[in-house]
Design a protein around this ligand. Structure first.
Ligand SMILES: Nc1ncnc2c1ncn2[C@@H]1O[C@H](COP(=O)(O)OP(=O)(O)OP(=O)(O)O)[C@@H](O)[C@H]1O
Ligand SMILES: [Mg+2]
Length: 258
């Protein structure tokens, strides 16, 4: 099993969008996928609620070491399983991060028996959840908007990754420009700025500002399932779908899953 943590210490950049749509795409490809929601906002848990496994996120940290292995050995899933964020997960921020990373790492290792891919959604601040996920995952990726505060958040994220690399070699896949409005001078300028500042770290696939993405997340659907009133796929959703599929192709290839 390969594990990807989606992280940036800034809210509203598209972490949950990336996690949910990669999960839907992986599921369709036949990759057995588990999503761990480490954000007490529980947004991914809402969008993926149809796939609840019954095992909850705080148990990773507060339960017995082999409880996840036991749970998934006893409970069937049909290829996509959610470990949802529960209220007790708030206690995670009171733990020491090396212990949290160790416990998360142990559970991830035990899930390898049941899944091919593990995706981790994280909260928008630099804390125990973000740190533990980066240390326990094989890869990290960061969505970023082309806005000044987002770019500031990205710069701070780059520092966090550099610091974590003193503990473990975190494999950072880079940043996914999200909610991009190319052709608007501000976004064009910020895209150039981002590429100049981090030439190796801007992914060659970006996601435009697409209403159908927000609509899909709200309706618990991948973007390619978003329809108009007549039940037809919207053309805007088709464009968004192509972008999301290209993102999934790129990321799964980088993770050597395809
Ligand atoms: N490409 C996009 N186009 C339009 N809307 C988007 C796009 N990506 C995400 N959104 C919407 O923007 C909002 C923020 O996205 P999302 O919840 O994925 O960000 P996040 O980084 O997980 O936020 P938080 O840090 O609060 O968890 C959501 O309402 C989502 O539906
Ligand atoms: Mg989120």
């Amino acid at each position: 099993m390969k594990t990807l943590a989606v992280e940036i210490q800034k809210g509203g950049e598209g972490k949950t969008f990336v996690v949910c749509n990669l999960a839907f795409d992986a599921y369709e490809r036949g990759l057995r996928t588990v999503v761990i929601d480490l954000d007490t906002q529980a947004n991914a848990s809402l969008t993926l609620s149809a796939y609840r496994s019954g095992y909850t996120a705080w148990r990773i940290f507060g339960g017995k070491a082999n409880s996840a292995r036991k749970w998934f050995a006893e409970h069937e899933h049909d290829g996509l399983a959610l470990i949802e964020a529960d209220n007790d997960l708030v206690n995670l921020e009171k733990m020491r991060f090396p212990e949290a990373a160790r416990k998360l790492g142990e559970v991830i290792q035990s899930l390898g028996e049941f899944f091919d891919l593990c995706l981790i959604d994280t909260p928008p601040f630099f804390g125990v959840a973000m740190t533990a996920a980066a240390l326990a995952a094989d890869y990290v990726v960061s969505p970023v908007r082309l806005e000044p505060y987002s770019i500031q958040g990205m710069q701070r994220m780059v520092t966090v990754i550099a610091n974590l690399r003193q503990i473990k070699h975190v494999r950072w896949l880079g940043m996914i420009p999200n909610m991009v409005r190319l052709g608007t001078p501000r976004h064009d300028a910020h895209m150039d700025e981002l590429k100049a500042a981090f030439p190796q770290h801007v992914l060659p696939v970006s996601i435009g500002w697409r209403d159908s993405i927000a609509e899909g997340l709200g309706n618990h659907l991948p973007v390619w399932e978003v329809r108009n009133e007549a039940g037809k796929r919207k053309s805007a959703a088709r464009t968004a779908s192509k972008e999301v599929r290209a993102l999934a192709d790129h990321i799964f290839k980088a993770m050597e899953l395809t």
